[in-house]
Design a protein around this ligand. Structure first.
Ligand code: 13P
Length: 284
């Protein structure tokens, strides 16, 4: 099946009260895990790429991997650019074949966030690319974007209303108290705020900072309109721990392919469990 954007899969998810996992891939093998697991579970899926990962591998290899991997899939797969502030980089991804992009101008003053997000919507519309934008600031470290606790702040309801009126995005990421990376304590999620924002429109909402949230938190956020859930750190851990556990148990083996296989299995377990948790299995 050809690649799709996020539009239809997220509308269906919001209506059906489940969420589509957006998994940050690291390399070909992790992309393969995401696509193959989605196919096995008959789930729509978002292959999410950070700017740093794209700069590491290059645009062309990533596009060729995703095209090759989705050649024989029957489930909807979108390839999405995660947090990006750089409009020319976003344009490069659009030109290279990405089907979805995120403009993260959340650190800019409100009016400028609106303006930049509108600009990206305009760029994307020419190619039927879906757009995600952020309001408020999500804390923690993702890629090279680091937001400390003092700067992180929730999205305001009034601002969200204005933003959604002025910027026609397919997915809206309001900061609601989650953060990227490993949670130090119990995350303090502003469910009331999420509820108020969710009632402003039918626009599917993105939940960032998925790693470390409980099944109860996921369920509640999904019931309040979160239709896209981002998972990155958990996959980084699975990738490295998959290697370490294998190496520690067989330190003299030195067989790269079996190590890669161990990483594949660890990643697969994480992706599989999340798809089931988000309820998108059998929804392709
Ligand atoms: P985690 O790294 O906490 O899973 O967050 C991922 C994310 O929101 C990517 O944008």
């Amino acid at each position: 099946m050809p690649l799709v954007n996020m539009t239809e899969m997220l509308i269906k998810a919001r209506e059906g009260k489940y969420a589509v996992g957006a998994f940050n891939i690291l390399d070909y093998n992790s992309m393969r895990v995401v696509v193959e697991t989605a196919q096995e579970l008959q789930s729509p899926v978002i292959v999410q790429t950070s700017e740093k990962t794209i700069r590491f591998w290059g645009l062309k290899p990533i596009v060729s991997w995703i095209k090759e991997l989705t050649d024989n899939t029957t489930v909807p797969v979108a390839i999405h650019l995660d947090h990006c502030k750089d409009l020319s980089f976003i344009q490069n991804c659009i030109d290279a074949g990405w089907t979805s992009v995120m403009i993260d101008a959340s650190s800019k003053p409100f009016e400028e966030n609106i303006k930049l997000s509108q600009q990206v919507v305009k760029m994307a519309k020419l190619h039927e690319i879906s757009v995600e934008a952020e309001l408020g600031e999500i804390g923690g470290i993702e890629d090279d974007i680091s937001i400390n606790e003092e700067s992180a702040h929730l999205a305001g309801v009034e601002q969200a209303k204005i933003f959604l009126d002025k910027v026609k995005v397919e997915c809206f990421a309001p900061a609601i108290g989650t953060s990227h990376g490993i949670y130090k304590g119990e995350p303090n999620i502003a469910f009331d705020r999420l509820n108020e924002i969710s009632q402003l429109s039918d626009t599917p909402l993105a939940l960032h900072g998925g790693t470390g949230l409980s099944a109860e938190v996921f369920k509640k956020c999904i019931s309040l309109g979160c239709s896209k859930i981002n998972i990155s750190t958990q996959l980084k851990y699975a990738f490295i721990d998959g290697f370490l556990h294998y190496y520690q148990s067989k330190p003299t083996e030195y067989n790269p392919l079996t190590i890669l296989q161990a990483q594949y299995i660890a990643l697969k377990q994480a992706v599989y469990e999340n798809i089931i948790l988000f309820g998108s299995n059998q929804k392709a």
